[in-house]
Design a protein around this ligand. Structure first.
Ligand code: ADP
Ligand code: MG
Length: 216
């Protein structure tokens, strides 16, 4: 849940309003699409909702826990426990293979059976035959499938996706969109997805459009 969320920065002695008084709410097992032109504040909003960045004013709650007034260390703990992220550029760790990339956040959560959980999610996304491939040995679509396995394997309260199909061709985009929604349907997470893909946005329960940092 976000209430009266604003983000302002000073840039070249001028105040820029990146987000202006945003309110939104997403329940467990439900989905929200965020659409809007480039530069409208979508990534900034997602980063703030996920605790990667802090707002200038306003309140954010994940599972009723306030996020807006926490220190960086406390936000890091909430990110570890409650949040997962899928990025446009996949953001897999280059020095880890597919299995290790998916296992890492599960291990950070202190779970004992990280390997079994990771293999299960990699199978869900059809990557069971690529477990020991490194990111540079995988296509873009395959890297995003690993990133989706990594995100869902966290079993987070909220899954954030920032243009998850933005760097993929149309057939891979459709595959990735289907994987996100199929896996989401089996999970109890809330899903917040930034996308330019109208068909992807129309599959979500709610949709908001940002223009110049405001909800239209
Ligand atoms: P979107 O994801 O919708 O394309 P962003 O959230 O990345 O938009 O950026 C929104 C606007 O805020 C852009 O005009 C961008 O240049 C500006 N912006 C983002 N972060 C900063 C910052 N740290 N300092 C100055 N301007 C920023
Ligand atoms: Mg963006």
């Amino acid at each position: 849940e976000a209430r009266n969320l604003s983000k302002k920065v000073i840039f070249n002695d001028q105040e820029i309003v990146i987000l202006d008084d945003i309110d939104l709410e997403v329940s467990a097992s439900s989905s929200l699409a965020v659409i809007g032109p480039s530069g409208s504040g979508k990534s900034t909003l997602l980063g703030i909702l996920a605790g990667l960045d802090s707002p200038s004013s306003g309140e954010i709650f994940i599972n009723k826990k306030p996020l807006h007034n926490l220190s960086e260390d406390a936000r890091a703990k909430i990110r570890k426990d409650s949040v997962a992220f899928v990025f446009q550029n996949f953001e897999l760790l280059a020095g880890l293979n597919a299995l290790e990339n998916v296992m890492l956040p599960i291990e950070l959560k202190g779970k004992k059976n990280a390997k079994d959980i990771a293999e299960n999610y990699l199978e869900k996304v059809g990557m069971q035959n690529r477990l020991t491939h490194y990111p540079q040995q995988l296509s873009g679509g395959e890297q995003q499938r690993v990133a989706i396995a990594r995100a869902f394997a966290c079993e987070a309260d909220v899954l954030f996706c920032d243009e998850p199909t933005g760097n993929l061709d149309s057939s891979n985009s459709e595959l990735i969109a289907n994987l996100i929604f199929d896996t989401f349907m089996e999970s109890s997470s809330a899903l917040v997805i930034v996308t330019h893909d109208i068909s992807l946005a129309s599959r979500c329960d709610q949709k908001i459009e940002l223009v110049d940092g405001k909800v239209l």
